[in-house]
Design a protein around this ligand. Structure first.
Ligand code: GLC
Length: 479
């Protein structure tokens, strides 16, 4: 089946978070199982795009209110990602380095609506021009949430109105919510149907995607259930649409995340020589950050935002640093500027115990998975979470709050055949207890080694989930 994925991110071309990892690997594994996927993202002015060649496949223009928007669709040349990658170049909107946020000011771009609307219109103009319609249009998160509406409601795209569409929710924290009058920038549709764009009096891109797509999926089963209780105002809508909704757990790209072949690691290691390999990577990492490799090393990697529980970390780390128990902490990520300030201060005040790298750094992320004993994910909300899976492949034990996909992928060591440390309540006390249990586990060498062995044997590859996607795609039959 021919499936076309639309997204704002796709690894390695453009990445902010897990959305990129999924859009960058799901099409490859679907293709390996016999489907024909393509991925389409905007052409940002970033380093990766600058270092790769593209060939022109389509050139066109459309009107967005009074503005004439010129765009080209280009296809990645000489670089095999396992699926064709197309980028849409829209000068004036996407020839900027940031995906959502201007790296110089730290603020979101002022024209977010115009940017992603122009991308979505251009994508449909191009689809419309192609000889054959795809079998499924698969949209990811709110940046592509208006596509199902435009396909079914805008006269301009009538040719596309019978194509089944899927809306995958990687996070419902962000909705792409704008004043309702913004509909005037969209291609013409019957105004009686404006309710299909609206939620709570606003033009809500994610809500519109949920209402208009043939199928809604999210990235774990537990998150699907949680959305009906907590989705930033869309609870009722998720309840209403539950009959066409399903949770499909993400996988990870087992070709990228393999400690035996990963060339971003300092020392490669296999399941067989895991003890030596982990120790060598830990020593390198500790040397880099001036830490003691004999102490337990607990790391956090991720966006420094509320959903990820990043605001809990300063007090949590300090509690341990000031206590008798010696623990080392490493943090990598970017986000809330206030947290940047707090972590920079902590870095100078607690040298030898804590280090923070406040940037996006893919290589360091791999080194941290390779060299840490534990990975900490105290998320308030976690649709799936990939870091716990990456960590486990590298023999690093997850300490997670049992929520969303974390609940579906990590089983506590106190349970039968458990292999991680989980806690339920979002509180400093509950997270501290979990950390304490991790430290105890670290010093119980026999159990610790056994658990490392268990987690490295687990299979988080896309194999299982791609089959579920294929089944779902096949269930969508155009009239
Ligand atoms: C978002 C979610 C994360 C999920 C990822 C990929 O980043 O926050 O939990 O794993 O999308 O679906």
């Amino acid at each position: 089946m021919h499936i076309i994925h639309f997204s704002a991110e796709c690894y390695p071309a453009a990445k902010v978070g897990g959305l990129a990892d999924v859009v960058g690997s799901l099409p490859k594994y679907l293709n390996q199982s016999g489907e024909q996927c393509e991925a389409v993202i905007p052409k940002y002015d970033n380093v990766w795009m600058g270092h790769h060649d593209f060939e022109l496949v389509f050139e066109h223009a459309f009107s967005m209110n009074y503005e004439r928007v010129l765009f080209t669709v280009q296809r990645l040349k000489d670089h095999d990602l396992g699926y064709p990658l197309y980028v849409i170049d829209i000068p004036g909107r996407f020839d900027r380095p940031g995906i959502y946020i201007d790296p110089w000011s730290g603020h979101g771009y002022w024209d977010e609506f115009e940017r992603f609307l122009s991308f979505q219109i251009a994508a449909l103009e191009w689809l419309k021009s192609r000889k054959k319609n795809p079998g499924v249009v698969h949209c990811h998160d709110h940046h592509t949430g208006l596509i199902p509406f435009m396909m079914t409601q805008c006269n301009r795209f009538r040719k596309l109105s019978n194509i089944p569409s899927v809306m995958t929710v990687h996070t419902a924290e962000y909705h792409g919510e704008y004043p309702i009058d913004n509909y005037k920038l969209m291609p013409a549709f019957h105004i009686d149907n404006i309710g299909l764009l609206d939620w709570d009096g606003k033009l809500n891109s994610l809500a519109s995607g949920l209402k208009n797509a043939w199928k809604i999926t999210t990235v774990s089963e537990s998150y699907m259930e949680e959305l009906a209780e907590n989705s930033n105002g869309l609870e009722l809508l998720f309840k209403q649409e539950s009959d066409k909704s399903a949770g499909i757990l993400n996988g990870i790209d087992a070709e990228v995340w393999d400690p035996q072949t990963d060339d971003l690691l300092d020392v490669n290691f296999s399941f067989k020589n895991r003890q030596k390999g982990k120790r060598a990577n830990k020593e390198k990492l500790c040397q880099q950050f001036n830490l003691d490799p004999d102490l337990p090393l607990i790391s956090f990697i991720g966006r420094l935002v509320r959903e990820k529980g990043a605001d809990l970390l300063p007090d949590l780390f300090k509690n341990f640093i000031y206590s008798e128990k010696e623990v080392n902490f490493v943090l990598l990520g970017t986000g809330d500027p206030q947290l940047h300030q707090i972590f920079s201060n902590m870095k100078s005040n607690h040298m030898g115990y804590f280090d923070a790298t406040l940037e996006y750094n893919e290589k360091l992320a791999h080194q941290i998975y390779g060299g840490s004993d534990f990975i900490l994910m105290p998320s308030r909300v976690e649709p799936c979470g990939l870091n716990q899976m990456f960590a486990m492949c590298y023999g690093t034990v997850p300490i997670v709050r049992a929520v969303g996909g974390l609940k579906d992928t990590v089983k506590d060591i106190d349970e039968d055949e458990g292999y991680g440390i989980t806690f339920s309540e979002f509180s400093l006390q509950a997270a501290s207890n979990a950390l304490q249990r991790a430290v105890d586990l670290y010093y119980n060498k026999e159990q610790f080694h056994q658990i490392r062995k268990e987690i490295m044997k687990l299979d988080f590859s896309w194999k299982r989930s791609t089959q579920e996607y294929v089944k779902m795609y096949k269930s969508l039959k155009p009239e």
